[in-house]
Ligand binder design. Sequence first.
Ligand SMILES: Cc1ncc(COP(=O)(O)O)c(C=O)c1O
Length: 411
Amino acid sequence: MSATETLSAVASEFPVLRRQFDGRPLTYLDSAATSQTPQPVIDALTRYYTHSRASIHRGVYPLAVEATELYEGARERIAAWLGSTPEETIFAANATAAINLVAYAWGRQNVGRGDLVVLTEMEHHSNIVPWQILCQDREAELAYVPVLADGQLDLDALEQLLAREPKLVALVHVSNVLGTINPVAQVVQRAHAAGAIVLVDGTQAVPQLPVDLRALDADFYSWTGHKAYGPTGIGVLHGRRELLEQMPPFIGGGHMIRTVAANESTWTDLPWKFEAGTSQIAEAIGLGAAVDWLAELGMERIRAHERGLVADALSRLAAEVPGLTLHGPPEAAERGALISFSVEGAHPHDVGEILGREAVCVRTGHHCAQPLMRKLGVAATTRASFAVHNSSADIDRLIEGLERVRAVLAL
Ligand SMILES: Cc1ncc(COP(=O)(O)O)c(C=O)c1O
């Protein structure tokens, strides 16, 4: 049995994949928007709500101690899985909140008038808008590393921007539109040599690639639970301890303080200094279960499986669907598990709607990447994204669905 066939068996662990729409089995190709949930994660959430629910860190009774251990145990396993430490692993609401934490807490302390912040043209809005707000507030400048025609970053242009000694470089690890896997370790090394701090948006990378934060050496690395087979409502920020210690809190309230007097407060230790209010207890426990599940399957195996699917899909889409333009790097080796494309003469919304009638779920729109859409010269694209449960049968159904699109729209 090939790696692809052995992994396809995990489809049975996703209850939602047993659903049918108008008698058609679900073909879920939208994991880059949100992944489906495997049974062990559902079980971990149910166990917390049915057996172990209590508020954490405050109660001294056994049920509260158990809930605290489940929450902090999840943090420890999540940190270890990516090569981070519990103190440097902060739970946030999602990736967007994690990036905003850095833009507010680090940014307002370190970025001032006339400073430069460098982004790339392939960023998701969540890694653009917080920096726009910061730069407008601080009268700082934003500059973008261009994307080349082959979907790669223009590293010469990055070099020129680094010569201007930016305060921060923020870039995506795997583009949610082009699929491009950016050379993050190389960018971090160059940016550090230029004296810049680096934030990496690892939202698409964490569920798709083996990620070793020690090897990447980024100062901040953010990702989101709901795209990594975990619950919604939880994201993670990994940060370098020295930076996190120097940063003021982002959100104030209960749980993040050491002492509160009438007019001032002092802050508690990492990571709780950045976790004000009642934590996402169930969500963290669920994400811990997702990480256990991914670790058990093995990220190398998952990457091999999804890379095989992307290679097949790239060549079959190009060969079998007339009038199709593929966006992003031509080789599966340079891509994560997603493919954006345009069908000549068809609006992506119509493509998505007709595919939807066939129970083939894809994402259409600007993918929260409007600057990149402008660069590509399109208003929107259609995106098929692959996960551990997909198989070549899903590619068959995508191609059949696109034939149907062409027939319905008389293309
Ligand atoms: C590359 C990338 N970054 C950030 C995000 C934002 O994730 P969330 O909405 O969970 O904060 C997404 C979600 O689509 C994404 O694809």
